[in-house]
Design a protein around this ligand. Structure first.
Ligand code: 5AD
Ligand code: SF4
Length: 442
């Protein structure tokens, strides 16, 4: 979502005459978009703003004038005052719900009225202020349909930093999806902290739409060839969404479904709203309608009270389901969350041992899955040039990077690739000589 938000900020700033640049060295303004989910990410912010300030100092010495240094995202939301106290040279601090006020904030900052701090949760929705015109960098685009979270998992800061659940009206989402398509998006990922809790007003304004209805409508946009959604809350996956995986060909057979733990005791302490068995049953239902689906997940290791037996439950779940491309993290106690105050915090070396074992399994799962892809022919959406000359890289329906020899004209196109090789991180293959795709041969 930070990628989406950064894109929207860049579009907004373009209207004020700003353009994005690859390096902070030549920037008139640097906006650091931050994440508060784990301590490590949040702590990095302070070293990063120190580094950016040094670059700015260098510029001033060279007579290039003073640039603006801004911090946004969830660290800004949660620690706004602290950032200004620890790093008084920061000019602007604003949360993820106020970036539509950027023109006003920049005016305030350049008028040298001291620090600009906007971390309220405004009554107006930023989406109404941003408008629908979109630019697309490449052929894949994110589209925020839902934001915030009311689930209050006991370890998580999101309900505090992103606010309560809000669904954009379906009409606005479809308008933006059409804009993205016009701007060249072939793949749209509908995003939200709890995207399957989506319940926006229907286009006629009379009722409410869910995520499945949105997916169906986006699938009607002809030039959109791939649809994904992220991130789902397992306890709220409904039958209509499962059926969408059977009925809508454009919906990719790859699903990120965070489970966090396989232990019923820990799931309960996390306030996740389901048991391990319920999660397994849900996965079975999804696989039944879409047997080729690949599943990725998020797993937290070392939640307070996690015993060896609880960890085994998580390990066994990850093994049995065969999660691929999965993220696993050590539990990070976050200020203000109930889990940070719980007894029986797990020692770091125990967490490390468990994490190593789990990550070895997850790597093995992904390696096996990639190996099983060899010999298959898959549609690949090409989105970058490869490391070696003459190589192009794209994504399979399962998000695996696929490397082929092809000319750059294939960029942002979907072409069929016969998979010949696999490794832990990518696949290699050859383009299938299909009609007009011939021109992509190197
Ligand atoms: N500690 C460790 N991991 C966390 N996540 C969220 N909060 C924490 C925390 N306090 C992980 C969850 C979530 C992902 C985005 O980050 O697995 O799904
Ligand atoms: Fe955080 Fe997701 Fe739980 Fe919401 S559902 S509190 S975003 S982990």
């Amino acid at each position: 979502m930070n990628v989406y938000d950064s894109g929207r900020m860049a579009e907004m700033l373009a209207a004020l005459g700003y353009a994005t640049t690859d390096s902070p060295d030549d920037a008139d303004m640097v906006i650091l978009n931050t994440c508060h989910i784990r301590e490590k990410a949040a702590e990095k912010v302070y070293s990063e703003i120190g580094r950016l300030n040094k670059i700015r100092d260098g510029k001033i010495k060279n007579g290039n004038g003073r640039s603006i240094l801004a911090v946004t995202g969830c660290v800004a939301q949660a620690e706004g005052e602290q950032i200004l106290a620890r790093a008084p040279y920061v000019d602007m601090v604003f949360g993820p719900q106020t970036y539509h006020r950027l023109p006003q904030m920049i005016a305030e900052a350049t008028r040298a009225r001291g620090h600009v701090l906007h971390t309220d949760f405004p009554a107006e929705s930023k989406f109404d202020e941003l408008g629908s015109a979109r630019t697309v960098n490449g052929a894949s685009a994110f589209l925020t349909v839902q934001e915030g979270c009311d689930k209050f998992c006991t370890y998580c800061v999101v309900p505090y930093t992103r606010g309560s659940e809000y669904s954009r009206p379906a009409r606005d989402v479809l308008l933006e999806a059409n804009e993205l398509a016009k701007a060249g998006a072939k793949e749209i990922t509908l995003i939200g902290q709890n995207v399957n809790a989506y319940h926006g007003s229907s286009p006629d304004g009379d009722g409410s739409w869910n995520l499945a209805s949105l997916i169906r409508s986006v699938a009607e946009i002809e030039s959109v060839e791939r649809i994904r959604y992220s991130t789902s809350y397992p306890a709220e996956v409904n039958d209509e969404l499962i059926s969408a995986h059977r009925d809508i060909e454009k919906l990719m057979p790859n699903l990120h479904l965070p489970v966090q733990s396989g232990s019923d005791k820990i799931l309960k302490a996390m306030n996740r709203g389901h048991s391990g068995a319920q999660f397994r049953a849900l996965v079975e239902k999804i696989i039944k309608v879409r047997p080729d689906i690949s599943l990725s997940s998020d797993l937290i290791i070392g939640f307070p009270g996690e015993t060896d037996a609880d960890f085994e439950d998580t390990y066994n779940l990850a093994r049995d389901i065969g999660f691929v491309q999965t993220y696993s993290f050590k539990f990070s106690p976050r200020p203000g969350t109930p889990a940070a105050m719980m007894d029986a915090q797990v020692e770091d070396h125990v967490m490390s041992e468990r994490l190593d074992r789990l990550q070895a399994l997850l790597a093995e799962n992904t390696l096996r899955f990639n190996r099983e892809t060899v010999g298959k022919t898959l549609p690949v959406l090409f989105d970058r040039v490869g490391k070696q000359p003459g190589q192009m890289v794209g994504r399979s329906p399962h998000m695996q990077p696929v490397v082929v020899e092809a000319t750059p004209e294939i960029m942002h196109q979907i072409a069929e690739v016969k998979i010949r090789q696999s490794s832990a991180g990518s696949l290699g293959g050859v383009l299938i000589n299909a009609g007009n795709k011939e021109r992509f041969y190197a």
